[in-house]
Design a protein. Structure first.
Length: 235
Protein backbone atom coordinates (compact mmCIF):
# COMPACT_ATOMS: atom_id res chain seq x y z
CA UNK A 1 0.00 0.00 0.00
CA UNK A 2 1.43 3.36 -0.99
CA UNK A 3 0.54 6.86 -2.17
CA UNK A 4 0.75 8.23 -5.71
CA UNK A 5 4.24 8.64 -7.14
CA UNK A 6 4.18 10.97 -10.20
CA UNK A 7 7.57 9.61 -11.29
CA UNK A 8 6.54 5.96 -11.34
CA UNK A 9 4.62 4.12 -14.06
CA UNK A 10 0.99 5.22 -14.49
CA UNK A 11 -1.62 3.54 -16.66
CA UNK A 12 -4.19 5.93 -18.14
CA UNK A 13 -7.28 4.74 -20.00
CA UNK A 14 -9.57 7.32 -21.56
CA UNK A 15 -13.33 7.01 -21.75
CA UNK A 16 -15.77 9.78 -20.84
CA UNK A 17 -13.52 10.21 -17.82
CA UNK A 18 -9.80 9.39 -17.64
CA UNK A 19 -8.93 6.40 -15.45
CA UNK A 20 -5.53 6.45 -13.76
CA UNK A 21 -3.96 3.43 -12.13
CA UNK A 22 -0.63 2.73 -10.43
CA UNK A 23 0.35 -0.60 -8.87
CA UNK A 24 -0.18 -0.66 -5.10
CA UNK A 25 -1.38 2.95 -4.91
CA UNK A 26 -4.51 3.70 -2.89
CA UNK A 27 -7.41 4.56 -5.20
CA UNK A 28 -10.55 6.51 -4.35
CA UNK A 29 -13.25 5.18 -6.67
CA UNK A 30 -16.86 6.22 -7.18
CA UNK A 31 -19.42 4.60 -9.40
CA UNK A 32 -23.10 5.37 -9.69
CA UNK A 33 -26.39 3.94 -10.85
CA UNK A 34 -27.40 4.86 -14.40
CA UNK A 35 -30.15 7.25 -13.23
CA UNK A 36 -28.21 8.97 -10.44
CA UNK A 37 -27.40 12.26 -12.18
CA UNK A 38 -29.91 14.05 -14.46
CA UNK A 39 -28.74 14.56 -18.02
CA UNK A 40 -28.70 18.35 -17.74
CA UNK A 41 -26.51 18.23 -14.62
CA UNK A 42 -24.09 15.81 -16.27
CA UNK A 43 -23.84 17.93 -19.42
CA UNK A 44 -23.07 21.03 -17.36
CA UNK A 45 -20.37 19.13 -15.45
CA UNK A 46 -18.77 17.91 -18.70
CA UNK A 47 -18.87 21.44 -20.11
CA UNK A 48 -17.05 22.75 -17.02
CA UNK A 49 -14.50 19.98 -17.35
CA UNK A 50 -13.88 20.92 -20.98
CA UNK A 51 -13.49 24.61 -20.10
CA UNK A 52 -10.90 23.73 -17.45
CA UNK A 53 -8.95 21.63 -19.93
CA UNK A 54 -9.00 24.35 -22.61
CA UNK A 55 -7.87 26.96 -20.08
CA UNK A 56 -4.78 24.79 -19.49
CA UNK A 57 -4.00 24.28 -23.16
CA UNK A 58 -5.68 20.88 -23.63
CA UNK A 59 -8.31 20.28 -26.29
CA UNK A 60 -10.90 17.81 -24.92
CA UNK A 61 -11.73 16.76 -28.48
CA UNK A 62 -8.25 15.28 -28.92
CA UNK A 63 -8.06 11.50 -28.35
CA UNK A 64 -5.00 11.88 -26.10
CA UNK A 65 -6.39 14.64 -23.88
CA UNK A 66 -6.11 12.45 -20.78
CA UNK A 67 -2.43 11.73 -21.50
CA UNK A 68 -1.82 15.47 -21.88
CA UNK A 69 -3.55 16.06 -18.56
CA UNK A 70 -1.14 13.57 -16.94
CA UNK A 71 1.79 15.72 -18.12
CA UNK A 72 0.66 18.74 -16.10
CA UNK A 73 2.19 19.51 -12.72
CA UNK A 74 0.97 17.51 -9.70
CA UNK A 75 -0.63 20.70 -8.34
CA UNK A 76 -2.68 21.24 -11.50
CA UNK A 77 -3.71 17.60 -11.67
CA UNK A 78 -4.91 17.86 -8.07
CA UNK A 79 -6.78 21.08 -8.95
CA UNK A 80 -8.50 19.28 -11.85
CA UNK A 81 -9.79 16.55 -9.56
CA UNK A 82 -10.62 18.78 -6.60
CA UNK A 83 -12.46 21.38 -8.69
CA UNK A 84 -14.64 18.90 -10.49
CA UNK A 85 -15.12 16.08 -7.99
CA UNK A 86 -16.79 18.22 -5.28
CA UNK A 87 -19.67 19.14 -7.60
CA UNK A 88 -19.90 15.57 -8.84
CA UNK A 89 -20.25 14.24 -5.29
CA UNK A 90 -22.81 16.90 -4.34
CA UNK A 91 -24.97 15.88 -7.29
CA UNK A 92 -24.84 12.25 -6.19
CA UNK A 93 -25.75 13.11 -2.61
CA UNK A 94 -28.94 14.79 -3.85
CA UNK A 95 -30.19 11.19 -4.32
CA UNK A 96 -31.62 11.48 -7.82
CA UNK A 97 -33.11 8.42 -9.49
CA UNK A 98 -34.86 5.42 -8.00
CA UNK A 99 -32.16 4.93 -5.33
CA UNK A 100 -32.81 1.19 -5.07
CA UNK A 101 -29.63 0.63 -3.02
CA UNK A 102 -31.53 2.20 -0.14
CA UNK A 103 -33.04 -1.27 0.24
CA UNK A 104 -30.87 -3.29 2.69
CA UNK A 105 -31.10 -6.56 0.75
CA UNK A 106 -29.78 -4.86 -2.41
CA UNK A 107 -27.06 -2.90 -0.61
CA UNK A 108 -25.94 -6.18 0.93
CA UNK A 109 -25.32 -7.64 -2.54
CA UNK A 110 -22.90 -4.77 -3.15
CA UNK A 111 -21.14 -4.97 0.22
CA UNK A 112 -20.65 -8.74 0.06
CA UNK A 113 -19.25 -8.50 -3.44
CA UNK A 114 -16.80 -5.76 -2.45
CA UNK A 115 -15.38 -7.93 0.31
CA UNK A 116 -15.43 -11.30 -1.44
CA UNK A 117 -11.88 -11.19 -2.87
CA UNK A 118 -10.45 -8.78 -0.28
CA UNK A 119 -6.86 -9.80 0.46
CA UNK A 120 -6.63 -11.77 -2.78
CA UNK A 121 -7.29 -9.58 -5.82
CA UNK A 122 -7.17 -6.29 -3.88
CA UNK A 123 -7.05 -4.77 -0.39
CA UNK A 124 -10.29 -3.07 0.61
CA UNK A 125 -9.77 -0.21 3.05
CA UNK A 126 -13.11 1.63 3.25
CA UNK A 127 -16.39 1.84 1.40
CA UNK A 128 -19.90 3.18 1.66
CA UNK A 129 -22.92 1.93 -0.28
CA UNK A 130 -25.27 4.87 -0.80
CA UNK A 131 -28.79 4.79 -2.35
CA UNK A 132 -27.50 5.57 -5.86
CA UNK A 133 -23.70 5.31 -5.70
CA UNK A 134 -20.70 3.65 -4.08
CA UNK A 135 -17.45 5.17 -2.78
CA UNK A 136 -14.47 3.02 -1.94
CA UNK A 137 -10.78 3.17 -1.06
CA UNK A 138 -8.71 0.17 -2.16
CA UNK A 139 -5.36 -0.90 -3.54
CA UNK A 140 -4.67 -3.20 -6.49
CA UNK A 141 -1.64 -5.27 -7.44
CA UNK A 142 -1.00 -3.80 -10.88
CA UNK A 143 -2.12 -1.06 -13.24
CA UNK A 144 -4.67 -3.16 -15.11
CA UNK A 145 -6.27 -4.76 -12.04
CA UNK A 146 -8.34 -1.76 -10.95
CA UNK A 147 -10.51 -1.44 -14.06
CA UNK A 148 -10.76 -5.21 -14.49
CA UNK A 149 -11.99 -5.65 -10.93
CA UNK A 150 -14.41 -2.73 -11.16
CA UNK A 151 -15.94 -4.25 -14.29
CA UNK A 152 -16.20 -7.62 -12.54
CA UNK A 153 -17.86 -6.08 -9.48
CA UNK A 154 -20.33 -4.05 -11.49
CA UNK A 155 -21.30 -6.92 -13.78
CA UNK A 156 -21.90 -9.31 -10.89
CA UNK A 157 -23.80 -6.76 -8.81
CA UNK A 158 -25.98 -5.61 -11.71
CA UNK A 159 -26.91 -9.19 -12.59
CA UNK A 160 -27.85 -10.04 -9.00
CA UNK A 161 -29.73 -6.79 -8.35
CA UNK A 162 -31.67 -7.01 -11.63
CA UNK A 163 -32.74 -10.54 -10.67
CA UNK A 164 -34.10 -9.22 -7.37
CA UNK A 165 -35.87 -6.36 -9.12
CA UNK A 166 -37.24 -8.54 -11.90
CA UNK A 167 -35.64 -6.32 -14.52
CA UNK A 168 -32.73 -6.29 -16.96
CA UNK A 169 -30.44 -3.93 -18.79
CA UNK A 170 -28.06 -1.26 -17.52
CA UNK A 171 -27.84 -0.76 -13.79
CA UNK A 172 -24.53 1.12 -13.35
CA UNK A 173 -23.28 4.02 -15.40
CA UNK A 174 -20.33 2.82 -17.50
CA UNK A 175 -17.64 5.19 -16.30
CA UNK A 176 -16.40 5.48 -12.74
CA UNK A 177 -14.70 8.47 -11.15
CA UNK A 178 -11.32 7.45 -9.73
CA UNK A 179 -8.43 9.29 -8.13
CA UNK A 180 -4.97 8.18 -6.97
CA UNK A 181 -4.45 9.26 -3.36
CA UNK A 182 -1.37 11.47 -3.03
CA UNK A 183 -0.57 11.54 0.69
CA UNK A 184 -1.76 10.41 4.09
CA UNK A 185 -3.62 13.63 4.90
CA UNK A 186 -5.69 13.24 1.74
CA UNK A 187 -6.30 9.60 2.56
CA UNK A 188 -7.62 10.50 6.00
CA UNK A 189 -9.87 13.18 4.51
CA UNK A 190 -11.33 10.68 2.07
CA UNK A 191 -11.89 8.11 4.81
CA UNK A 192 -13.72 10.78 6.80
CA UNK A 193 -15.72 11.75 3.72
CA UNK A 194 -16.81 8.14 3.21
CA UNK A 195 -17.78 7.78 6.88
CA UNK A 196 -19.75 11.03 6.91
CA UNK A 197 -21.38 10.66 3.49
CA UNK A 198 -24.60 9.08 4.84
CA UNK A 199 -25.19 11.88 7.35
CA UNK A 200 -24.38 14.50 4.70
CA UNK A 201 -27.10 12.96 2.50
CA UNK A 202 -29.45 12.80 5.53
CA UNK A 203 -29.83 9.02 5.38
CA UNK A 204 -31.34 6.99 8.17
CA UNK A 205 -29.89 3.83 9.70
CA UNK A 206 -30.51 0.91 7.36
CA UNK A 207 -30.37 3.08 4.21
CA UNK A 208 -26.61 2.66 3.67
CA UNK A 209 -23.68 0.33 4.39
CA UNK A 210 -20.39 1.67 5.75
CA UNK A 211 -17.24 -0.45 6.06
CA UNK A 212 -13.83 0.50 7.44
CA UNK A 213 -10.60 -1.47 7.88
CA UNK A 214 -8.00 0.80 9.58
CA UNK A 215 -5.02 1.03 7.25
CA UNK A 216 -2.57 1.57 10.08
CA UNK A 217 -3.42 -1.84 11.49
CA UNK A 218 -4.25 -4.27 8.67
CA UNK A 219 -5.06 -7.08 11.10
CA UNK A 220 -7.41 -5.05 13.27
CA UNK A 221 -11.07 -6.15 13.50
CA UNK A 222 -13.14 -4.88 10.60
CA UNK A 223 -16.11 -2.64 11.19
CA UNK A 224 -19.29 -2.90 9.16
CA UNK A 225 -22.39 -0.82 9.86
CA UNK A 226 -26.02 -1.66 9.09
CA UNK A 227 -25.54 -5.07 7.43
CA UNK A 228 -23.42 -8.21 7.51
CA UNK A 229 -20.66 -8.92 5.00
CA UNK A 230 -20.27 -12.67 4.70
CA UNK A 231 -18.62 -13.88 1.50
CA UNK A 232 -20.66 -14.01 -1.68
CA UNK A 233 -19.96 -16.29 -4.61
CA UNK A 234 -18.92 -15.04 -8.05
CA UNK A 235 -18.22 -11.43 -7.12
Amino acid sequence: MRFFDPYDRIAIIGRKLPHWSQAGTICFITWRTHDSIPKAVLEEWLADRDRWLVSHGILPSMPDWNARLAQLSPALIAEFHNTLSARWQDSLDACHGECVLRRPELAEIVSKSLLHFDGDRYAMLDFVVMPNHVHLLATFSDEEAMLAQCESWKHFMATQINKRLGGSGRFWQQDAFDHLVRHEAQFERLRQYIAENPSKAKLKAGEFVHYSNPHSSPHAPREVNTTTTKSSRGA
